[in-house]
Design a binder for this molecule. Sequence first.
Ligand SMILES: Cc1ncc(COP(=O)(O)O)c(C=O)c1O
Length: 390
Amino acid sequence: MRKEILTARLAEVKESGLYRRLRAVESAQDAAIILEGQEVLLFSSNNYLGLANHPALKRAAQEAIERYGCGSGASRLISGSMAVHHELEHRLAALKKTEAALVFPTGYHANIGVLSALMGPDDTILSDSLNHASIIDGCRLSRADTRVYRHADTEHLGELLKACPATGQRLIVTDSVFSMDGDLAPLTEIIALARQYDAWVMVDEAHATGVFGSHGGGLVEELGLTEEVDIQMGTLGKALGCVGAFVAGSHELIDWLVNRARSFIYTTAIPPAVAASVLAALDIVEQEPERRQRLWANTRVLADGLRSLGYTLGTTHSQILPVIIGEACETMSVAAAILQRGVFAHGIRPPTVPEGTSRIRVTPMATHTQDHLSRTLDAFAAAGKEIGIR
Ligand SMILES: Cc1ncc(COP(=O)(O)O)c(C=O)c1O
């Protein structure tokens, strides 16, 4: 495509306040970072437990590099399936209390791979309207008849299930913690409907893995629903501080994915050092529940503080705090105003969230201090006054 066409298109995006650009972080991913030369408090990452720069994870990676080298050299089904990948999969299955688990290069790969491997043109997928983009793309790739139910609305889901064709498979798919709203899926009710209408259940635990559940196993663990969920997906790049994802479930499910999930089969295995770091992260998740407690304590302080400043946080029940502003331009002005005061929290605009609900997505970490939280609340107070919205 010619340059001028793209220039004109980019100009339109800029005009609508939806232009995005990349910013370089020049330090490790800690509670405070260097962002393009400025030291700022980081309230934008999914590194919820502060593990991305943890010495134990770094040591594990260094040792794995010494032992195994840098790359895995091939896809898993060729020669890239290294002992450390298998060890990680055993540990992830134990975390999830499932028969087996399978590692994918990213959560995006996992969702598109699972949905397209399990469902086909004769099947029906029922998908929450606020599911992650990777689920939406997985539904498209599967060519199944996808029916979208209103967000977390089990009455609507029930109506759609009732209207499903008698033939083919049915699968309900939902995030457990919604990535842009921080609210929780009504999993117990979804499972009851799945039983009634003989549907599979797939739960994306990207933002719950390591955070929810007494062992960090996710919301499915916290609610005691492991036996009822057919497919659990989790990520390794958020609370576990690395990159990658996994699917956990029965031996048969994992065997099928190894044989049919194209985003697993036709891609290079994650580097052994990453698998080793995730193993170290899992040790910490298991042995240091106080990290989760600190995350929840920080979340409470920040949520209470933002609400008392008059900000609206929607229906969040997690560490994801969406400070709803409304219009995209105003949202970016608030993000710029807090950044000027040394706080980095990202503005989220359409198409990631619906029109008119642009927001600053604020995510505390276990490693933020009381001082970090106070400075952030001060920045929001001053920004609100400056923009004239509080
Ligand atoms: C709910 C959800 N699912 C899947 C993903 C994709 O995971 P990954 O970043 O590992 O590709 C994300 C995050 O990006 C997410 O928020």
